[in-house]
Design a protein around this ligand. Structure first.
Ligand code: NAD
Length: 428
């Protein structure tokens, strides 16, 4: 039996890229401004529970491999832990800890009654067969069975996991419980208790808050130019919804290049082109341009929706957007924050901008527990209400306390979680 080597720490070469350090820097700044006492800071800083499991899996060729998996519950002060599970070779405990704390702040900013959690397995999902992925997922679920549940910790899809992964987790959990428990995970297929509107929710949330921000500049969707990085779930949905709503998507950036059209890209045709050719490049309705040129072009809105750490202290000064809507988690490093602030860029921070996903996950959990399902219009209306309310809360807080939007979002979130902890008291 082969035990995996200890997790790689991919950020050792550049601490600026370590998501845990970025999360801690923002936490420290907000905690200090709030004047939180040392004891409360210690509670808020420490994950409530961290579970590490070693997962034996029978491979298709008869060998046994052992994968390392994590589930971190950062906070359960305001409700069950909530957050995705990712499968990737560079998953590390530091990364999972940072992502779990972001979930706590994201749920608090949107005032959803959840805490924060995150999970991951160190593996290369691209070389695992569907059968191997299913066996790994089911064994992982079984090994964290005691630590998850509708009232305890509710996982969801994240990088390289999807509706099918959630269906396997739900089934394994239900088999061990002795009855079907759909509310143990969100992001499930509709036929197993998933919510209408969930696939579009994060992109839709980005569009809603972007429109609110545009109003502050006296702009509206019919004239606004947008550059989007990432044409996946978040970026692709945002591009599609925004184009339909009248925004002008002037550039789309993918890992292999970018396409540009000053008059606005036809997103539906671009999606068809990518489906047929495997790339957004060489699209008849635009011109290929360099990725950097696209990312740093003059635009009303820049929407990074691909991955973390794309805006750093080395390149933040090159951004020429009025509004930065952070669709991805952690696209900006903490060291780049002050550069964006000095340039006067209106940042919609990730814990607010991409909270549409967890908001509709909350709706899914509510619907599962009620056993009563909403139509898509109701889901979208309620999403809009929460996103606009949260946007207004953050911007009002920033103006009142004379801080930038990210600091305001963190302060608001920390304050809400700290208040819940104070009300509950420290159980001894
Ligand atoms: P995804 O895998 O569906 O899409 C990511 C896209 O980015 C892909 O098309 C990929 O080719 C592209 N990409 C990868 N590297 C790139 C690069 N260097 N330059 C340009 N493009 C690149 O993932 P997703 O679900 O859309 O998630 C994107 C981000 O949004 C992640 O940070 C994720 O954590 C965050 N997020 C997702 C959700 C959700 O509901 N899916 C919710 C909140 C936050």
């Amino acid at each position: 039996m082969l035990v995996e080597s200890p997790p790689v720490q991919p950020y050792l070469h550049d601490p600026e890229l370590n998501p845990l350090l970025s999360a801690e820097a923002r936490f420290d700044a907000a905690a200090q401004l709030l004047g939180l006492d040392d004891g409360m800071q210690k509670v808020l800083r420490s994950p409530s529970r961290e579970v590490t499991v070693h997962i034996p899996v029978l491979l298709d060729d008869g060998r046994i491999e052992v994968f390392t998996g994590y589930r971190v519950q950062h906070s359960i002060a305001r409700g069950p832990a909530k957050g995705g599970i990712r499968y990737a070779p560079d998953v590390s405990l530091d990364e999972v800890r940072a992502l779990a704390s972001w979930m706590t702040w994201k749920c608090a900013v949107t005032n959803i009654p959840f805490g924060g959690g995150k999970g991951g397995i160190i593996c290369d999902p691209l070389i695992l067969s569907p059968g191997e992925l299913e066996r790994m997922t089911r064994r992982y679920t079984s090994q964290i069975f005691e630590f998850i549940g509708p009232e305890v910790d509710v996982p969801a899809p994240d990088m390289n996991t999807n509706e099918q992964t959630m269906a396997w987790i739900m089934d394994t959990y239900s088999m061990r419980s002795g009855h079907t428990q759909t509310a143990v995970v969100t992001g499930k297929p509709i036929d197993l208790g998933g919510s209408r509107g969930r696939p579009e929710a994060t992109g839709r949330g980005c569009m809603i808050v972007t429109e609110q921000a545009l109003r502050r500049f006296g702009l509206d969707r019919s004239t606004a130019s947008v550059v989007i990085q990432g044409f996946g779930n978040v970026g692709g949905m945002a591009a599609n919804l925004m184009a339909n709503a009248g925004f002008k998507i002037i550039a789309l950036v993918e890992w292999d290049g970018a396409v540009h059209n000053d008059k606005g890209l036809d997103i539906k045709a671009l999606a068809k082109h990518r489906k047929e050719t495997g790339s957004i490049l060489d699209f008849a309705g635009g011109e290929n341009i360099d990725r950097e040129e696209a990312f740093f072009m003059e635009t009303d809105v820049l929407l990074p929706a691909a991955k973390e750490n794309v805006i750093t202290s080395h390149n933040a000064s090159k951004i020429r957007a009025k509004i930065l809507c952070e669709g991805a988690n952690g696209p900006t490093t903490a060291a780049a924050d002050s550069i964006l602030r000095d340039k006067g860029i209106f940042v919609i921070p990730d814990i607010l901008a991409n909270a549409g996903g967890v908001t509709v996950s909350y709706f899914e959990w509510v619907q599962d527990r009620q056993g009563y399902f909403w139509n898509e219009q109701l889901v979208n209306e309620r999403l809009q209400e929460i996103m606009i309310g949260s946007f207004n809360d953050v911007v009002a807080y920033a103006e009142k306390h004379k801080v930038d939007n990210r600091t305001a979002a963190y302060m608001l979130a920390l304050d809400r979680v700290a208040f819940a902890i104070k009300l509950r008291g420290i159980y001894a």
